[in-house]
Design a protein around this ligand. Structure first.
Ligand SMILES: [Zn+2]
Length: 153
């Protein structure tokens, strides 16, 4: 399974020329702000032509993901508050470098039941927070060391 998918800003994505796919998922509104695991289907529509066929998808309108179920899964953190019309998240290489997909436009909509292949990821936020805390502690130690060095002069 891929690690936490990176969300990239729209301008950075616009500069990318690689294959871009689109995937729509439904999640319960109560999952807002939580990390979810998404298993992408074997066939993903092309985001550039929306299935019509373009140079990005070799005129097929879609991408066939030649990966196993585990490799097609990625983790993404949902927006804190899901708007009524949903959210659009752009992910950079969510399926890893093995896949042809460079960017994935993930359309997230609130619904009563999650889509097939979408599930809550176990205790991810806590782990993410722990990582952030470690970085802050290290930074604090560096600053302390710097302060001591300066004071010693
Ligand atoms: Zn296309």
């Amino acid at each position: 399974m891929s690690t936490l998918a990176r969300v990239v800003d729209p301008e950075a994505v616009a500069a990318l020329a690689g294959p871009s796919a689109r995937l729509a998922v439904r999640v319960p509104a109560s999952w807002s702000g939580r990390a979810v695991e998404v298993r992408a289907p074997v066939r993903l529509s092309c985001a550039r032509c929306d299935g019509g066929g373009c140079d990005g998808c070799a005129r097929s309108g879609a991408f066939k993901i030649e990966l196993g179920a585990a490799e097609r899964s990625f983790i993404v953190t949902l927006p804190e508050r899901l708007a009524a019309d949903g959210a659009l998240v752009r992910l950079l290489r969510p399926l890893g470098d093995e896949s042809v997909i460079e960017t994935l436009l993930l359309e997230i909509r609130a619904a009563e039941k999650p889509s097939e292949g979408v599930s809550l990821h176990a205790t991810p936020s806590a782990a993410a927070r722990a990582g952030t805390t470690t970085i802050l502690v290290v930074l604090a130690l560096v600053l302390t060391a710097l302060a001591i060095t300066l004071a010693a002069r």
